[in-house]
Write a protein that binds this ligand. Structure first.
Ligand code: NAD
Length: 314
């Protein structure tokens, strides 16, 4: 255990809005915490040289420039799962540790993914909006039961989603370079190539991890292999699908549909992103996969635990 004198040397900057459990867990240990949930990229560049630890969610980008300027930086804590907003190579080069709360939002993301799929399958956003305006015309949807779900990225979230989809009567097929036979057989599913998955799946769930240098898993060629009525759900990262190609695909295939919780810029900045979210066959949520009371508490507790362990404070 460290002395109070050493502890007080740790200056921690929390850059995004986090559960109070995390803020109070740090301040109660006499650590010097600055809570700046709306700090801008410019302010971050100015202030980063003062801090030993930076805590972020997905809003703040910990770029190579931020890391180079963070002369005292020892730990980057990601209060969440994906680390594509962190320049991992720059962190490694500067011996900066990265801690995450991997696994703490899985159940919340799974529930969102399934609700997005059902919303698309039954045209719920469109029919709800019509009904509120007094228009009670029906639109025929499709069942999930007996359809094939293709899960790209069969990790924690992919696997838990498969369990729920199986309970809804779906057939499971997965693509992941890392294969776990026990997991896939427990949902009576099978692994396939990406190409086969794209050709045979009625619903596609994009659930991969990305780092800041990853290439999109679905590009123009892959999108051209999809069924004409494919339903695509993306709860991982927008960059997993090549955006302009996806826009073209959805404009040409009006019976296909896309639901996403993630955009390259949130809110959209590029013209193609704005057009994508405006399409009738697209629904979008503002990155709420982990935005539940339960997930936020688990994320805060796990981030606190891992951060304290990393800086050697009990
Ligand atoms: P995980 O590491 O348990 O699983 C990810 C899987 O993707 C791994 O099995 C990996 O092998 C696989 N993968 C990586 N690249 C691939 C590729 N090119 N093709 C196929 N598979 C590939 O991670 P997880 O906990 O399941 O989370 C998955 C992702 O979900 C996270 O990285 C994050 O980006 C995203 N996420 C989003 C939210 C949200 O708010 N929408 C919340 C939590 C996590």
């Amino acid at each position: 255990m460290e002395t109070d004198a050493v502890r007080s040397n740790y200056k921690i900057l929390i850059c995004d809005k986090v559960d109070d459990i995390l803020v109070s867990g740090l301040t109660s240990r006499k650590l010097d915490v600055s809570y700046e949930p709306e700090i801008s990229p410019q302010e971050l560049m100015q202030r980063i040289p003062e801090f030993d630890v930076i805590v972020v969610r997905s809003r703040t980008k910990v770029t190579g420039d931020v890391i180079e300027k963070g002369r005292r930086l020892k730990v980057i804590a990601r209060a969440g799962v994906g680390i594509d907003n962190i320049d991992v190579k720059a962190a490694q080069k500067n011996n900066i540790k990265i801690v995450t709360a991997a696994g703490s939002s899985t159940d919340s993301v799974v529930e969102l993914a399934i609700s997005l799929a059902i919303n698309l399958a039954r045209h719920i956003p469109e029919l709800c909006s019509n009904a509120k305006r007094g228009m009670f015309n029906k639109k025929t949807g499709v069942e999930l039961h007996s359809k094939t779900a293709g899960i790209i990225g069969f990790g924690r979230i992919g696997f838990q989603t498969a369990i729920s989809l199986r309970a809804l009567g779906m057939n499971i097929i997965a693509y992941d370079p890392i294969q776990n036979e026990e997991r896939i057989s427990s949902v009576s599913g099978r692994y396939s190539t990406l190409q086969e998955l794209l050709k045979v799946s009625d619903l596609i769930f994009v659930m991969v991890t990305l780092d800041s240098g990853s290439k999109p898993v679905l590009q123009e060629k892959e999108l051209s292999m999809l069924k004409h009525s494919a339903i695509i759900v993306n709860t991982s990262r927008a960059e997993a699908i090549h955006g302009p190609s996806l826009l073209n695909y959805l404009k040409l295939n009006r019976s296909s549909s896309y639901a996403t919780d993630v955009l390259v810029n949130e809110p959209p900045v590029e013209e193609w992103e704005k057009e994508l979210v405006s399409l009738d066959n697209v629904i979008v949520t503002p990155h709420i996969g982990a935005q539940t009371v339960e997930a936020q508490q688990r994320i805060a507790m796990l981030t606190l635990e891992r951060l304290l362990e990393t800086i050697g404070v009990e």
